[in-house]
Structure formats: structure tokens, C-alpha cells
Ligand binder design. Structure first.
Ligand SMILES: Cc1cc2nc3c(=O)[nH]c(=O)nc-3n(C[C@H](O)[C@H](O)[C@H](O)COP(=O)(O)OP(=O)(O)OC[C@H]3O[C@@H](n4cnc5c(N)ncnc54)[C@H](O)[C@@H]3O)c2cc1C
Length: 596
């Protein structure tokens, strides 16, 4: 079953849920117009459907392989990457100064969904490179920027992010990789990094590693981490590639999914020290790395949306074809399984969750754009806080959705879903990592509760909740039958979120264990309420269109209703679970001791 980039749905969500067109029309992005932004996304869709998507299967079946430190991507990847890069796709948001298109982040995240939907194994390389470009642009000095940025923006060179070590995963305090100052102002880096995505490969001429390491006199913990740029090949003064640097790939991992994406063990400095250049200031490396991580977090959220969408397309096609049993509709012979209410439930759940996660991700993307481009400092600061609040939700809710939807996709296929040849299983295997990397989802939930809820004394979260309430009230005010019980149930979900927010803020001070134990449920509740509001907003826009005589989007009203009536009722239950605190966890040692 071939993948069709969901360009129309993406454009609808950007416009009607996230207010992207309005932002363009208000002049936020200079002379960019709506048509140009849309045509870039449509072209990405065409490219992904025609060039990348056909490689997804071979990427999974053949995978990347490592021989004597050299990594080979699956057949067709190198050519597709070169075509992708020469079409300019590595530089969607990058500044025109470095050869980029200078387009909004929202356009790039929309393209990110499209690349990932076509092949997540392929799209990981650009995802990490974009983050590296962002960190270098924000923190790299003039010399680093002029040497590296234009080649990364053109896609000739790719980037990596090197945080993880065997003993340092979620907790970067434990990073041991060390750096020494050299007499010429550069540094020498020594250590081992693991799980480095596209740490070595054959698609680009050079690889620019951004590596967190510790100087000899650095304070302990994350305050003692510095960020270094370590190229695979040293770059000569004239920009040509020189000697190989002292960094190598020792091996690649054998993984559950994303087989095309090499996940590398990288060894720095076992032949005297890998030559590195400081990015930003000594001991302030985490700040620079955060630029990379924040962009990558939303990027990972988009992966959840992307794989969910692809799983939905595949399951829907199968459910229309496969015949089993006789549905209430009757007819001769067996019915297509799509006629069974339980299969309808699965497909509708898949669609509703994907569109809700897409809406949340687009809201986050537009907030990021506003944080850079809004006219006043006040508006930029407010948008940055909104983006900060929404980023963990976009990352964790969407990647959880990706998993759930991919799993439902397997279920829709029945036994054939478990057989690799249908492709449904690949989506489930591929999507599983998104909830783990870029900050495991449990850690995202803690970030939401501990750091994001207190922003501006709670005003940022309160504004978000008020926005959801306004949408639900508008649905109530219109009173259209197609929305069914949407308004009332959505308001209940928003009330539940509000109560849980008050509880969390109090528990954070008085009973942190209770706050932490409920963090994941809280993030889910946030996602359900906000996702329901996103779908309702899309439904309201569809209703407006219908009033103007265009009935083509009517299904969006029904989808909002489905989400509200079938999925959002979980919200009060989640609030109840959150408010029960940590008491039920307290005897975990005794209870778990009974397990061998
Ligand atoms: C395919 C793949 C690609 C990757 N790509 C990269 C890359 O390019 N660059 C890079 O640097 N890293 C990369 N990683 C590493 C990835 O970011 C880490 O695996 C991730 O951050 C989790 O760290 P960990 O695996 O050590 O798990 P751990 O930190 O050991 O966590 C295990 C579990 O404990 C939970 N946990 C841990 N600490 C806490 C806490 N304080 N409170 C509550 N729960 C907690 C986690 O949520 C998780 O469920 C990649 C990993 C994989 C598998």
C-alpha cells in the first residue's frame, strides 16, 4: 500500500487549528504569502510520496550495515538523500545568508511529518542535522558558522547530537566524555558515546558531530558540560576536506525498528584526541544543546503523527478490502471488515488521535515561530513560554499516539498485521522509539509538571486552559447537532485538567512524590483536553465552510464529536488517578518483592 503525504490535512490543521495563515497574513514572516508556504509543503509531499516512501520497505528489510567502521545505508538511500539535498530540503528554515529558504519553523515541521511518514529511518538524518544547524547558528562563533553552516544547510554535510553514554542516558550529570584544551585554541575530545543517530553513514561527504564533554576543571554535574563541534573530516582553510579526525564508529545497534537509521557507538580520541571546537562558552554546553533538543523534541512528536498517519492509511485500505462475517448492512456474502462497528471504532480512533496530535504539534510550531517573529518583545516572550509549555506535550502525547495508532493498525489487520509482509508491523516497530529518545516520555511529563506549569506563576498554563474553554464554549453556543455532546464532554475534560493543574501545583510544593507519580497521567490529560479542543476548532471551521456552501470538510465535525464522546471521557478518570497521589505506590517494594 503506497503512502500518500497528507498535505491537505496538514494545511487544514496549520490554518484552522494553529492560526498559521493568519500569522502569515499579519506580516509575521515578511513578504511570505500563504500560497508560497502551501506550495512548499505540497512539493515536499510530492517528493516524499514519489522518492522516499518507496524506500521505506527496503530500509526496514536491509537496514544499515557497518563494516570496519564504515556504515552503508540501504540501497537507494544515498541517491534519494542527494536528490533531497539538492532540492534544498535541508535548508527549509535556515537563514538565506547560509543558502537556506528562510521559511517559518511551522513549514519545516510540516515537512518533517511528511519525510517521517514516507520513511522514519530516512528522516532521522535531517531531523538531527536541523537541530545541529540551530545550535550552531545560535551559539557557534563566526568562524564555525562560516565554515560549517552553508555546507550543512545545503545538505552536503549532516549533523549529529552526542549526549548519551552507557552510564548517562536521561541523567546527563553522569556524562564522562572529556575534553582538553589544546595550545592552538582548539580542544581534544576523548570518550565513548552510544546510540548516536547517523553517527556514521555514506550519504554525505562529512559529518559534524556536536558532542557534550567535560573539561578537566569543570564543575560536577550538567553545569560542567561543554559542547564541542567535532567533524568527521577536518576542514581546511579553503573549505576543502582534509584529514580524517580521531573519531570512529565502533559498531551499530541491532534494533526493533528504524533499521535504515544507523544507531552508532562512537569512539572519540583513541588515537591521541579528536580535534574539537567549542560551541558557545565553556561549561555552558547544555544551553546550546537545548536549542537542538527542543527542536528535535517537536520533531519527534511529528514522528508520532507521521507514523500514526501512515498506519491509518494502511489499515483503512485493508479494512475496505478484507471481508469477514456479515455486518448489519447485510448484502451478499461476507462484508468488508470496515462495516463492523468495532473496526470502525479502531479506524476512527486512529484518525481522531492522529489529527489531535497533529493539531497540538502545529500549535507548538506556530508558538515557536511567534517566539522569533512576533512584533513586540512581550509577544515574543509570551509565545516562547507557550512553546515551552506545549513542547513536552507535543513530544510525549504525539509519540504515545504514534505507538497506540500503529498498534491499532496491526489489530485492524488481524493475523496479517503480525506478519511482516503487510507492513503494519513495521510501523509499530518504528514508532516505538519515539516515546523513548529525545527525553523519555516519563521525563517529558516531569518537565511539564515541574518546570512548565510554574511558568509565570501558572499564568501560561491558565491561558492555555482558557483557550480550550473558549473553543468548547463556542461549540456550545453554536449548538449544531453534528457536534453531538462535544461541548459538554469537552468542558468536563477541561474542568478535569484545571482541577488536576491546581492539584499538581500544590503537590509540587507539599508532596513532590505525588506530583511526580501523576505526571504521565497529567500529560495525557493535557493532551486529551487540548487535542479535543483542536479537533473542535477544526470542526467549527468546517461548519463555517459548510455555511458558505462548501460541505467538503463536514467530516471534521463528526471527528470532533467522536473524539469528545469516545475518547475525552477518559479525562475525569485521569484527574482522579492524579489526585489519588502516590499513596498506592508507597508499598511498591513489598509488592514487587513478591515477583521473582
Ligand atoms: C534508536 C535510538 C536512537 C538514539 N539517538 C540518540 C542520539 O542521536 N543522540 C543521543 O545522544 N542519544 C540518542 N539516543 C539515546 C536516547 O536519547 C536515550 O536512550 C534516552 O534519553 C533514554 O536514556 P536511557 O536509554 O539511558 O534510559 P534511562 O535513562 O536508563 O531510562 C530508563 C527508564 O527510566 C525512566 N527514568 C529515568 N530517569 C528518570 C527520572 N529521573 N524520573 C523518572 N523516570 C526516569 C525513563 O523514563 C525510562 O523509562 C538514542 C537511543 C535510541 C534507542
Amino acid at each position: 500500500m503506497s503512502y500518500q503525504s497528507p498535505v491537505a490535512d496538514i494545511l487544514y490543521s496549520l490554518k484552522h487549528v494553529a492560526g498559521f495563515d493568519e500569522a502569515i497574513q499579519s506580516g509575521l514572516f515578511g513578504d511570505l504569502d500563504v500560497e508560497t508556504a502551501a506550495s512548499v509543503i505540497a512539493e515536499a509531499g510530492r517528493f516524499a510520496t514519489e522518492v522516499i516512501a518507496p524506500l521505506d520497505r527496503v530500509g526496514d528489510e536491509v537496514g544499515a550495515r557497518c563494516e570496519n567502521g564504515a556504515v552503508f545505508t540501504p540501497p537507494g538511500f544515498r541517491e534519494a538523500y542527494r536528490q533531497w539535498a539538492s532540492a534544498g530540503w535541508a535548508g527549509v528554515t535556515a537563514s538565506t545568508e547560509y543558502g537556506g529558504m528562510g521559511l517559518p519553523h511551522s513549514v519545516n515541521f510540516a515537512c518533517g511529518e511528511i519525510w517521517n511518514g514516507a520513511s522514519m529511518g530516512f528522516a532521522l538524518c535531517p531531523l538531527l542535522t536541523e537541530g545541529a544547524i540551530g545550535a550552531l547558528n545560535a551559539y557557534g562563533g563566526e568562524a564555525l558558522r562560516s565554515t560549517y553552516l552553508s555546507r550543512m544547510v545545503s545538505g552536503e554535510w549532516t549533523g549529529t547530537m552526542n549526549l548519551t553514554e552507557p552510564q548517562a542516558g536521561s541523567d546527563l550529570n553522569a556524562v564522562k566524555t572529556r575534553a582538553e584544551r589544546a595550545a592552538d585554541g582548539t580542544y581534544r575530545v576523548f570518550g565513548q558515546k552510544i546510540f548516536i543517530t547517523y553517527g556514521e553513514h555514506d550519504m554525505a561527504d562529512n559529518i559534524v558531530h556536536l558532542v557534550l564533554a567535560r573539561l578537566p576543571d569543570a564543575p560536577p554535574g550538567t553545569r560542567g558540560l561543554s559542547l564541542f563541534l567535532v567533524p568527521k573530516f577536518l576542514v581546511e582553510a579553503d573549505g576543502s576536506l582534509g584529514a580524517r579526525n580521531d573519531v570512529r564508529c565502533a559498531s551499530i545497534e541491532h534494533k526493533m525498528g528504524i533499521h535504515a537509521s544507523p544507531t552508532c557507538v562512537m569512539i572519540y580520541g583513541d588515537a591521541g584526541g579528536a580535534k574539537g571546537w567549542l560551541v558557545g562558552e565553556e561549561n555552558r554546553g547544555l544551553a546550546a544543546m537545548f536549542v537542538m533538543m527542543n527542536s528535535a523534541r517537536l520533531g519527534v512528536g511529528m514522528q508520532g503523527v507521521a507514523i500514526g498517519e501512515r498506519a491509518l492509511q494502511r489499515a483503512l485500505a485493508y479494512a475496505r478490502e478484507r471481508r469477514q462475517g456479515r455486518s448489519a448492512k447485510g448484502g451478499a456474502g461476507m462484508s468488508p471488515i470496515i462495516e463492523h462497528p468495532d473496526v470502525q471504532r479502531m479506524l476512527m480512533t486512529m484518525k481522531a488521535l492522529v489529527q489531535a496530535a497533529r493539531g497540538i504539534s502545529h500549535l507548538t510550531a506556530v508558538a515557536i515561530d511567534r517566539s522569533f517573529h512576533a512584533p513586540s518583545a512581550e509577544e515574543r516572550a509570551a509565545a516562547a513560554e507557550r512553546a515551552a509549555l506545549l513542547t513536552p506535550v507535543a513530544k510525549a502525547f504525539s509519540s504515545d499516539i504514534g505507538d497506540e495508532v500503529a498498534s491499532l493498525g496491526v489489530q485492524v489487520h488481524g493475523g496479517m498485521g503480525y506478519i511482516e509482509e503487510t507492513g503494519a508491523a513495521q510501523h509499530m516497530r518504528d514508532s516505538r522509539i519515539a516515546a523513548i529518545y529525545e527525553g523519555a516520555n516519563g521525563v517529558q511529563a516531569i518537565d511539564l509538571v515541574q518546570r512548565k506549569l510554574p511558568l509565570s506563576g501558572g499564568a501560561v498554563a491558565a491561558r492555555e486552559i482558557a483557550g480550550m474553554r473558549a473553543i468548547a464554549s463556542e461549540v456550545a453556543a453554536r449548538g449544531e447537532a453534528g457536534f453531538g455532546a462535544t461541548a459538554g464532554i469537552l468542558l468536563e475534560a477541561i474542568d478535569a485538567l484545571e482541577q488536576a493543574t491546581v492539584y499538581m501545583r500544590e503537590a509540587l510544593g507539599a508532596d513532590p512524590a505525588s506530583a511526580l507519580s501523576g505526571a504521565s497521567a497529567y500529560l495525557r490529560l493535557f493532551g486529551l483536553a487540548l487535542g479535543g479542543a483542536c479537533l473542535a476548532k477544526a470542526g467549527l471551521a468546517a461548519q463555517d465552510q459548510a455555511a458558505r456552501g462548501d460541505e467538503t470538510q463536514r467530516g471534521r465535525v463528526g471527528l470532533a464529536r467522536f473524539f469528545a464522546e469516545k475518547l475525552a471521557p477518559a479525562a475525569p478518570g485521569l484527574a482522579r488517578s492524579i489526585q489519588s497521589g502516590a499513596a498506592a505506590l508507597a508499598p511498591y517494594e513489598t509488592i514487587l518483592a513478591e515477583t521473582a
